[in-house]
Design a protein around this ligand. Structure first.
Ligand code: GDP
Ligand code: ZN
Length: 296
């Protein structure tokens, strides 16, 4: 008998210690890592041995991780776009948006902000105001109601591998279900109805978007992903995540200016003249201080 060949495929779901892999012929297989660690992520192109061991992954064009208190966890490989979902109601954290933008810039992803629940019109002005600094720096914002019609988003997802990120309650699951027929992502209503909120462990999954309306588009939903840790980044990498700072870098009096209390700081001057938004400088300072404490 000839030696079984390695099979190739894409990881479409991660369940901690095992993975679901879509093979080239469209069938699904289960794969396990060789050792104790799980060094693969949804979106990885992998090779699978006949007995189900994942023997390696192709070079990645991007890699996103979440850091929590105990470990860094791989979330998604080979994504090209971050889809940041916020809502009119309840309100959202603009600092989480800045955090996600730093992670996106670091991995070379572009970013689209989805302002969901646009049908709750009374809350629209406040949400738009919170998003103004991001619009000013060139971020694309799409307003929609996932409940009524998510189709305005589809053209922006064609040919992209988009990762959904958002605080819970923003409507990520509703949006996933609207974009992917048959996705069956558990929304708040469903979790409540099944009383499963506490027991369900949620996992990252990659969906193919409909090829007629969104050719070449895939969507990665990682229910646990609300926030990106930035502790593995240097101050320069954090600064790189603030695109609107770039024209002013190198113009501060001190070359290693961290835009805090230093005199003749070009970033502070840009804030004073209204070119850079104060909120964004606040976020930058917060991330820098977290890293400083984290390294002690
Ligand atoms: P997730 O936690 O981000 O996955 O949020 P869900 O998809 O579970 O949605 C949270 C709540 O917001 C649910 O009660 C949804 O029905 C509601 N919701 C989601 N999208 C919309 C929308 O476009 N308009 C309105 N009015 N409610 C929405
Ligand atoms: Zn400065």
């Amino acid at each position: 008998m000839s030696k079984p060949l390695l099979r190739r495929g894409t990881i479409v779901a991660a369940f901690g210690r095992h993975y679901e892999i879509e093979l080239a012929d469209g069938t699904l297989a289960t794969g396990f890592p060789r050792g104790k660690k799980s060094p693969f992520a949804v979106g990885d192109e992998v090779e699978l041995s006949a007995d189900g061991q994942i023997t390696g992954h192709a070079p990645r064009r991007s890699l996103l991780y979440r850091s929590d208190a105990y470990r860094e966890k791989l979330i998604a490989a080979n994504a090209t776009q971050l889809l940041l979902v916020v809502a009119t109601d309840p309100s959202f954290s603009d600092m989480l948006l800045s955090r996600a933008l730093v992670a996106a810039e670091h991995q070379g992803l572009h970013t689209t902000i989805v302002l969901n629940k646009s049908d709750l019109a009374a809350a629209l002005p406040a949400a738009r105001k919170l998003l103004a600094p991001f619009v000013a720096l060139g971020c694309r914002v799409v307003e929609l109601s996932a409940k009524l019609d998510a189709s305005p988003l589809l053209p922006l997802l064609a040919g992209e591998c988009s990762v959904l990120v958002g605080q819970s309650g923003m409507g990520k699951s509703t949006l996933t279900n609207a974009l992917v027929p048959g996705a069956a992502a558990p929304t708040r209503e469903l979790s409540t109805a099944l009383d499963s909120g506490k027991h369900t462990t949620t996992y990252a999954r990659l969906y193919k978007l409909p090829s007629d309306t969104c050719p070449g588009g895939t969507l990665i939903d990682s229910p646990g992903l609300q926030e990106f840790g930035l502790k593995h980044l240097t101050p320069q990498e954090i600064e790189f995540g603030f695109a609107e700072f770039r024209p002013f870098l190198g113009q501060c009096r001190f070359r290693d200016c961290q835009h805090q209390a230093e005199p003749d700081c070009a970033i502070k001057a840009a804030v004073a003249s209204g070119v850079i938004h104060q909120r964004r400088l606040d976020h930058f300072r917060q991330f820098i201080s977290e890293n400083r404490h984290g390294s002690h």
